[in-house]
Design a protein around this ligand. Structure first.
Ligand SMILES: Nc1ncnc2c1ncn2[C@@H]1O[C@H](COP(=O)(O)OP(=O)(O)OP(=O)(O)O)[C@@H](O)[C@H]1O
Ligand SMILES: [Mg+2]
Length: 882
């Protein structure tokens, strides 16, 4: 098709579409958003709407589909859900005033990371747009640097960090951080090829490659100093951050591209985060401990939130609290004082039951203040959202009075910086009608008595309508047509309808407008006047109400910093009250914490398993680790006994203590740890293309290379993924490495099936054997789930196989084989490993001398007879030597 054949509208469409090749373009035409070409084909399928075509008669009709403009949000949400982005193109001038073709522009690009639309956002999750930049730095900072910037535009949170170190360190720090953040959308430079496979593991994130030019620290500095109105970003702690700023700039630019007109006034600072502030939990540990998502198969992301530590712990009343708790859980604290402050606050809230109950029930009436105030600042909030803000603010005085009994520092701080926001409340209360609609365009927004002109216009409109009703009876009387009706429709406005039978009675001043099958429609000059009064009043009223509403919204937006700080205060209060509710509900206790090495837990429980085990009650267990004689606990015990559960339980109790929560135990003393490492179970990482054993070894290497004497390490079945001897040797050597102070000397729980390892207790002074007790009765095994000193000697694996329903014949045969293998002299008997052997490695067994002799024979120099004689000789000696 030549250019000349294309209509002006389609030419305009193609021009705009060229700027958004990847997005589906919603092209506003009248009351519809239309999609053309490939977009139409794809969208009609994804949205289940009819696909038609434009210019059906032409040789090459253009595929077309459309959605009504008022329903666009629902369709956009659907497209985003399946990973598409949508460019919204509006008519940006009044069609009635346009000369020729109406001007159109893309006013917004909908992408998963830039949403501010509350209806699209999951309430309890942050919604981050993230950018990652990468650089190889010379000089003092020699080595790779990764910059990471995150913007949650729905709340205005914006922060940046950098990772330094060798390639492996920065990459794993990055991925660990990304697993915590779970960005909705991530930008990276297309030239950073090495990042792509790493980022590919984030299966919930939309990845978006951008040209390298988008990552410029210089441009970022210009953009951001301008936005924040500062001379330099050093005041935000960003001095010397170049790679981090490059990422911040990319985030900022991208947001601007997607919403060119949105004000970002609610983003009030760029926060510099130091990852040393909180405990660095790696990806594996977050997954293994099922903090956020359950371990279903190899992929912890699938499935519901049921039975995760988060879902069990989360008793917050607001979605702001829920988001903050999630953050606390993945960022345990390191500083004793900071932890103690949280514990004190939770403690006090636990103590004052009635205040806590009251606080929580009032908090439930508070909506998402953080997101509501952002939408107000962005100029997106409608009347109902303003009302939601008002109703949330209404709760503040009562919350404050409930806080008065508390003296814990955190709670007192919240109280002392409290702001009832009464004036903001009143601004909305005075201006906006309590039954105002969602959209300001629907009218009836402004409260009666707020503005005299609104009231006057409403009165005129109503009077006009009354007069029209009155006109009906007047005209009936005048004409004698009893069935005469005054009606209204969108096309003609008001009209008088007379049935065909009465046409003879129609007076001369009726002006005919339309003829129907059995009626005629008329207009009269009197009706026309009234109509103008009604519609005139109506349109003036809409315009005025909109203007007043925007004034109110802008007035509220001026107080954004106050609203944001109250949102922050409320979310903290909510999390603390929620933690104390959980503590009270499940009988948690306040841990004592210090910086010594002792971890002493009396009757500890696994917070999630104890909630799930309905049939049998959960059996509590004690723990003692001290970095000295109890440095490494070697835990043996049959399959299914509860080893893995115990390991996780100890880690979770320590972790909960360090987020400032009470813990599931009768008593707990926690010597703070700097990191928690886990290597639990054999989860395949098929997506990353690594074998089970390889993953196991990589994870172990990461632990040995990153742990310190202050760390807590959990190793579950190290070496399981390879042959017995290899596995045992590796497990043994790892245990020694962790135990020995000259290498690591970290507090460790080590669960293993290699009973041979229990010998280590006598060889190393910091290793202690423990086992999970079972009782054998008439060939059946009873799991007691109790941890006791000493090593186990049997695995009862066959017993578990039987419980799992393996055929009887297999079970019987396995028992026979086991009996054979356990006989003295069988291959697995007598594995004695003496200390110090590991570095010399097992030497290969000597081959039998006869085999050596056969190998030496030179076949080509033998006659057939010689060969036969040699063979007879070899056979005789082989028989003799047996
Ligand atoms: N203390 C406990 N009280 C009650 N039930 C428990 C306890 N500990 C574990 N269990 C239950 O026992 C089951 C097996 O526990 P776990 O997976 O920890 O065993 P394991 O010793 O690690 O087994 P394997 O050697 O096969 O890995 C769990 O599903 C859990 O429900
Ligand atoms: Mg296990």
């Amino acid at each position: 098709m030549s250019d000349a054949d294309v209509t002006p509208l389609m030419r305009q469409y193609h021009e705009i579409k060229r700027g958004y090749p990847e997005a589906i373009l919603f092209f506003r035409v009248g009351d519809f958003y239309e999609m053309f070409g490939e977009d139409a084909k794809e969208a009609s399928g994804l949205l289940s709407i009819a696909l038609t075509s434009r210019d059906k008669s032409s040789a090459a009709p253009i595929p077309l589909c459309g959605v009504p403009h008022h329903a666009a949000q629902t369709y956009i949400a659907k497209l985003l859900k399946v990973g598409r982005t949508v460019a919204l193109c509006e008519q940006v001038e009044d069609p009635r005033l346009a000369k020729g073709l109406v001007r159109r522009e893309v006013v917004r690009l909908y992408t998963p990371g830039t949403l501010v639309d509350t209806e699209f956002l999951p309430a309890g999750e942050s919604s981050f747009l993230t950018a990652v930049s990468y650089a190889q730095q010379g000089g003092v900072k020699n080595g790779p640097v990764i910059g990471l910037a995150n913007l949650d535009v729905s709340t205005g949170e914006f922060w940046v960090t950098e990772f330094h170190g060798d390639q492996g360190t920065v990459e794993s720090a990055l991925i660990d951080e990304l697993v915590r953040i779970e960005p909705k959308e991530l930008l990276y430079a297309e030239s950073d090829r090495s990042l792509a496979p790493l980022l590919g593991r984030l299966d919930q994130t939309r990845l978006c490659a951008k040209p390298l030019a988008a990552f410029s620290a210089q441009e970022a500095t210009v953009l951001l100093t301008d936005h924040f109105g500062v001379h330099s970003l050093d005041g935000f702690g960003c001095a010397g951050l170049t790679v981090g700023l490059a990422a911040s700039g990319a985030v900022w630019r991208y947001f601007r591209e997607t919403q060119p007109t949105a004000s970002l006034s609610h983003v009030r600072r760029l926060q510099r985060r130091w990852h040393e502030e909180s405990m660095h939990l790696d990806e594996t540990t977050i997954r293994n401990l099922e903090l956020i998502r359950p371990l279903t198969g190899g992929d912890g992301r699938l499935g519901s939130r049921h039975a995760t530590v988060l879902s069990m712990l989360d008793r917050t009343s607001t979605s702001m609290g829920s988001r903050l708790l999630r953050e606390w859980l993945t960022r345990p604290l390191l500083d004793r004082k900071a932890i103690q402050s949280r514990l004190d606050a939770v403690g006090e809230l636990t103590q004052y039951l009635s205040q806590r109950v009251a606080l929580r029930s009032v908090l439930r009436t508070v909506q998402d203040l953080a997101r509501l105030s952002s939408r107000i600042a962005l100029g997106l909030a409608g009347p109902q959202e303003c009302l939601a803000l008002k109703n949330s603010l209404r709760a503040l005085p009562e919350l404050r009075s409930n806080l008065s009994v508390f003296t814990a520092t955190l709670l007192a701080d919240i109280r002392n910086s409290w702001d009832d926001c009464r004036d903001i409340y009143e601004t909305i209360e005075r201006a906006i009608a309590t039954d105002a609609p969602m959209s300001v365009r629907d009218g009836n927004v402004i409260r009666e008595g707020f503005h005299p002109q609104v009231d006057a216009l409403r009165k005129r409109k109503l009077e006009g309508k009354d007069w029209i009703t009155a006109l009906e009876s007047q005209e009936r009387a005048r004409t004698g047509i009893d069935s005469l009706k005054v009606r209204f429709n969108q096309v003609f406005g008001y009209y008088i309808e007379v049935t065909k039978a009465n046409l003879s009675k129609v007076p001369a001043d009726f002006i005919r407008k339309q003829t129907l099958a059995n009626a005629e429609r008329y207009m009269t000059p009197g009706l026309k006047d009234l109509e103008e009064q009604v519609t005139g009043a109506e349109s003036q009223l809409y315009a005025l109400e909109e203007e007043l509403f925007i004034q109110v919204r802008e007035r509220v937006a001026k107080d954004l910093p106050r609203l944001q700080s109250m949102a922050q205060a409320l979310s903290h209060l909510d999390v603390l009250a929620g933690l104390s509710e959980t503590a009270a509900l499940h009988r948690y206790v306040q841990p004592t914490i210090d910086e010594a090495d002792e971890i002493r837990i009396v009757e500890g429980r696994h917070p999630v398993v104890e909630q799930l085990s309905t049939d049998a009650p959960f059996v509590p267990n004690d723990t003692f680790l001290d970095g000295e004689s109890h440095r490494v606990i070697l835990l043996t015990g049959p399959n299914m006994a509860g080893k893995s559960t115990y390991l996780r339980q100890v880690a979770l109790i320590v972790l909960l203590a360090q987020i400032g929560s009470f813990v599931p135990a009768a008593e707990a003393h926690i010597g703070l740890v700097d990191r928690i490492f886990t290597r639990v179970g054999a989860s395949d990482n098929l997506a990353a293309g690594q074998s089970t054993f390889m993953v196991e070894m990589i994870e172990s290497a990461q632990i040995l290379n990153s742990a310190t004497q202050k760390s807590l390490i959990l190793l579950d079945e190290i070496g399981r993924g390879t042959s017995t001897y290899d596995g045992l040797s590796i497990a043994w050597a790892i245990a020694e490495y962790i135990h020995d102070r000259r290498f690591l000397g970290a507090r460790t729980l080590f669960a293993t099936h290699y009973h041979e390892m229990t010998q280590m207790e006598t060889l190393r002074d910091g290793i202690r054997n423990y086992r999970v007790a079972v009782q054998e009765r008439n060939g059946d095994v009873l799991f007691l789930r109790k941890i006791q000193p000493g090593g186990a000697d049997k695995s009862y694996g066959i017993h578990v196989a039987k419980l799992a329903g393996l055929p009887d014949s297999v079970i019987i045969r396995a028992q026979e084989v086991l009996a054979k293998l356990e006989e003295p002299g069988s291959r697995t008997e007598g594995v004695h490993i003496r200390e110090g052997r590991s570095d010399t490695a097992r030497s290969d067994p000597q081959p039998h001398p006869l085999i050596e002799e056969v190998r030496q024979i030179d076949l080509f120099s033998l006659t057939p007879l010689d060969a036969l004689n040699r063979l007879a000789d070899l056979q005789k000696r082989a028989t003799d030597s047996q």
